[in-house]
Design a protein around this ligand. Structure first.
Ligand code: PGA
Length: 331
């Protein structure tokens, strides 16, 4: 049977002659991030390059694509129409890559994993082991906070994601339990509260608290715990990384809440101790997540099964770190 002719209208010809896939990618990033500057950063381009490409796309479309609102931009009605169409095109290209990779089987292909900051202490090990089994696969790992990971998932940037509370933000996802991710209160080993049992949240609120940046899942979990009890922590500073927080605690700048995973490599090198605070650890978990209705590639499915099988190893590491920190508390 003859195949339907698609893609030969005048409008399609105009786009094919004048627009580029790169311009569509840029438009998608600008709409998603609300800013030319952030889109330029994300795509490793200069802002003038981004502006020039969008100017060309505007000429092809024949209508303005963006309105400036303060320091941000918003798409016009025409911009939104182009955005919806280009999302479809980009998604189809992504799906094509998955299908081609599937045709090649697991011998080669690409696997992109996006994880929240606490999973970076285990994800490289997972990927390393996976690559030993499937050496032809190229892997990439993106580590960032919860809000950015959810944004990446909305933009289809990675094949699979690791984060917690996958259904919390009303996300329509498929989630597979991976491992525990307990949140504990840490202080410097010589802090006066070390060794005390059943410390109340009220007492904890008298201490200077170091908090993660807005957008962090840890920050939200801590804020919720305090708010539930109508208590405000005494926030001394905000820091954008778990490592920086560990250093700040050791430097005597305050106490903080961190995932036990952040200590699995060095156990705080003996300079941090876990406080025995009521309601802690907050028992959370990591999940392997992907948007519902989006087919996983064979590689992603295989990785998922491989990761789930490693739960025991992850638990064993946590138990070891937990024991180390408890030993600190009692000495
Ligand atoms: P975060 O998430 O990096 O967004 O704080 C970490 C976690 O929830 O364990």
């Amino acid at each position: 049977m003859p195949r339907e002719v698609v893609g030969q209208t005048e409008a399609v010809n105009r786009f094919v002659r004048h627009a580029t896939l790169r311009q569509l990618q840029l438009l998608e990033a600008i709409v998603r991030l609300g800013s030319f500057t952030r889109a330029a950063e994300e795509m490793f381009l200069t802002q003038p390059t981004v502006s020039m490409q969008i100017k060309k796309l505007t000429e092809t479309v024949g209508m303005p694509l963006f309105l400036h609102v303060g320091r941000n931009v918003e798409p016009t009605d025409a911009g939104r129409e182009v955005y919806d169409t280009c999302k479809g095109i980009l998604r189809s290209l992504g799906d094509l890559e998955i299908k081609l990779a599937d045709l090649k089987g697991l011998k080669s292909g690409r696997f992109r994993l996006g994880v929240i900051t606490t999973a970076k202490y285990f994800a490289p090990e997972l990927l390393g082991g996976f690559c030993e089994v499937f050496p032809g696969i190229d892997v990439s790992l993106k580590v960032t906070n919860r809000t950015r990971i959810i944004e990446r998932m909305a933009a289809n940037d990675d094949d699979l994601y690791i984060f917690g509370e996958p259904t919390h933000a009303g996300l329509d996802v498929e989630a597979t339990y991976l491992a525990p991710n307990p949140l504990v209160i840490l202080a410097r080993k010589d802090h006066p509260l070390v060794g005390q049992s059943g410390i109340s949240l009220e007492r904890l609120a008298e201490e200077r608290f170091i908090l993660r940046e807005p957008g962090s899942g840890i920050r939200d979990a801590i804020a919720r715990r305090f708010t539930e009890r109508g208590i405000r922590p005494n926030v001394r500073m905000e820091l954008g990384s778990n490592e920086a927080i560990k250093h700040a605690i050791i430097a005597g700048l305050g106490i903080s809440a961190l995932s036990l995973h952040t200590l699995t490599l060095d156990g705080g090198a003996g300079r941090l101790a876990m406080l025995d605070v009521e309601g802690f650890p907050i028992e959370r978990a990591w999940y392997l997540v992907h948007p519902k209705g989006r087919d996983l590639s064979t590689i992603a499915k295989t990785f998922l099964a491989y990761a789930v099988d490693r739960e025991g190893e992850i638990r064993a590491k946590l138990a070891h770190t937990d024991a180390q920190l408890r030993a600190c508390r009692s000495t």
